[in-house]
Design a protein around this ligand. Structure first.
Ligand SMILES: [Zn+2]
Length: 408
């Protein structure tokens, strides 16, 4: 399934032809596996396109910079943007520049903290630069931003990802720099603080487009109104093929329910797969799904998300209040590689179900390599090991089964 999704369909950014094909593809897969009540849950999604032109260089020395537009960015002027550069390590530092930032490109270069063993912690500690950096810089008069890619990989692939403009602040172009390019620019600035960088982006935002998340299920025989969700997101960034992020999570969810079906197991509670649309740059699919649940009479009993890559599963995060209730299941999950439950779980797509009462779970795979590929051209299927991917699907199937049969 993952070969099909990443190979035949490829990148699936919200609003793109790839995303539309992926919706049709999931619906077909669900029917092929014999899932019940297969449906689309429509939502309007942002429609941002990268455009054809994307390049940059240190203008003074003509050294090329490897970069890509951040998702949601506006374009540069047609012939590109050329300006002096100020390197900072934080949003606060950018704000403190005040007048000095006027007419400049702000270069956010705070790296992932390499001392954190969990790379998601390092990501969380750096990505404010990518998400909010442009508006913070624009507020003090900057004309563009460059952001060190959100990765620990020692290559020069730029990693895109969502950025957001603050209302009433001038929208300035924002691009991610590959790590080698970020290091190159940083050393060049130490030698010549007056150097200039030029870069060109031709991205733009089109009107919102109609899209959908896709759902399918096995109806519970004893408590059909209590629903356990397994899900991942169907959309992906446009540079790679969305293999780890998050073709893995979607296909693991499909596979987990397929396994239960194939084994002719009838769950007490309803087990449903949701392929969420638009996690990457809007969360509109998650919002529309939660709204549909809220208006229905069903009980969102539990939800589990796989959106941390298709690597060997190691644990599940779980809503803190239910930690003691599920801890005893660790032994049963060990054969699938699960070592432990940890407190605090979920993911962006199932988060809105928490306030509606669902216990949230997040699959936690090995995380050392994830950010090497995440949101870059390198997120392709050759980076996914089928055996490890399948262990994740099995762990999800087992956990869904335990929730259904034993309750929380
Ligand atoms: Zn993701």
């Amino acid at each position: 399934m993952l070969e099909d999704l990443t190979g035949r369909i490829g990148p699936r950014l919200s609003g793109s032809p790839g995303a539309a094909k992926a919706v049709v593809w999931v619906e077909k897969e669900m029917r092929r596996h014999g899932f019940a009540n297969v449906k689309l849950v429509p939502c309007m999604v942002p429609h941002w396109v990268r455009g054809d032109v994307e390049n940059g260089q240190i203008a003074t020395t003509k050294q090329p910079l490897s970069l890509c537009a951040l998702g949601g960015s506006v374009a540069t002027p047609k012939g590109g943007l050329t300006a002096g550069v100020i390197e900072v390590r934080s949003l606060e530092e950018a704000t403190k520049l005040g007048e000095k930032a006027k007419g400049k490109i702000i270069f956010y270069n705070r790296p992932f903290d390499p001392s954190l063993p969990n790379t998601f912690g390092a990501y969380g500690g750096a990505n404010d630069q990518r998400v909010r950096g442009a508006s913070v810089a624009a507020a003090v008069g900057a004309v563009g931003v460059l952001v060190r890619s959100m990765t620990l990989a020692e290559d020069d692939e730029p990693h895109t990802g969502a950025m957001r403009y603050q209302e009433k602040v001038k929208q300035i172009p924002a691009a991610a720099l590959g790590i080698k390019s970020a290091n190159k620019l940083s050393s060049a600035l130490r030698i010549n603080p007056n150097l200039k960088v030029s870069f060109t982006l031709s991205c733009k935002t089109l009107p919102d487009a109609l899209s959908a998340s896709v759902i399918g299920e096995i109806v519970g025989y004893e408590r059909p109104g209590e629903v356990i969700v397994m899900g991942g997101h169907l959309d992906s960034w446009d540079l790679g093929r969305g293999a780890h992020d998050d073709g893995a999570g979607v296909t693991q969810s499909l596979e987990a329910l397929r396994l239960i079906k194939k084994l002719n197991l009838r769950p007490k509670r309803t087990i449903r797969v949701v392929a969420f649309m638009n996690e990457e740059n809007g969360g509109r699919g998650a919002a529309a799904y939660a709204e549909r649940v809220r208006k229905s009479s069903e009980i969102p009993y539990a939800a589990m998300e796989s959106d941390s890559g298709g690597f060997m599963p190691r644990g599940f995060g779980v809503t803190e209040a239910k930690y003691e209730a599920v801890k005893g299941w660790e032994e049963k999950l060990r054969v699938f590689g699960i070592e432990r439950f940890s407190k605090g779980g979920g993911g962006a797509d199932i988060a809105p179900l928490g306030p509606l009462g669902a216990t949230l779970f997040g699959l936690q795979p090995e995380n050392q390599r994830y950010f090497d590929y995440h949101h870059s051209r390198n997120d392709t299927i050759d980076k996914v090991n089928p055996r490890e991917l399948e262990f994740g699907a099995m762990a999800m199937a087992m956990l869904a089964w335990l929730i259904s049969e034993e309750g929380l």
